[in-house]
Design a protein around this ligand. Structure first.
Ligand code: IMP
Length: 193
């Protein structure tokens, strides 16, 4: 059975592919061009739903879309749903903007969570959700070269390493996306059946 993963983000696709067994995983680059979806909603659920539904309707395939973000306690949950657009430029520019915004936040108050919502849509418009969260702390400088986005400044306290210092397998066990994928597995079993 085929599953369309509605993303062009190579980092996310790598993580999702590593986890979805027994299904042929296609990305948006493997199917006919489809309209870009603007992330106009102000919740992860809303945006994941928009992306999954658009992909499923256009392709006729069961489609999985994720929306995720970094929610920093001391910033009232920012950058949150706006994580990808928090500052113009590259991931490194956004990490820099985050570190500046948190310059005056003390060491004990730098808690944050990565959150992920997966929406699984059928071609006839039914949508189910799965969620995952991973808590950590925002460091004062970047460490590590793996992963993407805010990984280099997100410390996983239990391991004493940043997300960017984990192997793909390690991140694939504990990340917000991994946990959401655990939750979506029973829904995907329905597709395989
Ligand atoms: P979207 O889900 O594509 O709208 O964007 C989510 C944004 O949140 C990404 O562009 C990253 O900035 C951030 N993000 C989401 N998941 C991760 C992750 O696993 N590591 C680092 N940053 C992430």
């Amino acid at each position: 059975m085929r599953l369309l993963v509605a993303t062009r983000n190579a980092g996310k696709l790598r993580e999702l592919r590593g986890r979805v067994g027994g299904l042929e995983v296609l990305s948006l680059d493997d199917v006919a061009p489809m309209p870009e979806v603007d992330e106009t909603e102000d919740t992860l659920e809303g945006n994941a739903r928009l992306k999954a539904l658009a992909a499923a309707r256009a392709s006729g395939l069961w489609s999985l879309a994720d929306d995720s973000g970094l929610f920093v306690d001391a910033l009232g949950g920012a950058p949150g749903v706006h994580s990808a657009r928090y500052a113009p430029g590259t991931d490194a520019d956004r990490v820099h903007a985050l570190l500046r915004a948190m310059e005056h936040v003390s060491d004990g108050a730098r808690g944050a969570a990565f959150r992920c919502v997966l929406a699984l849509a059928t071609p006839d418009g039914e949508v189910r959700f799965a969620r995952g969260e991973c808590r950590g702390e925002i460091l004062r400088a970047a460490r590590g070269t793996q992963g993407f986005g805010y990984d280099p400044v997100f410390l996983v306290p239990a391991l004493g390493r940043t997300m960017a210092e984990l192997t793909l397998e390690e991140k694939g066990r504990l990340s917000h996306r991994a946990r959401a994928l655990d939750a979506v597995a029973p829904l995907l079993d329905a597709l395989k059946a």
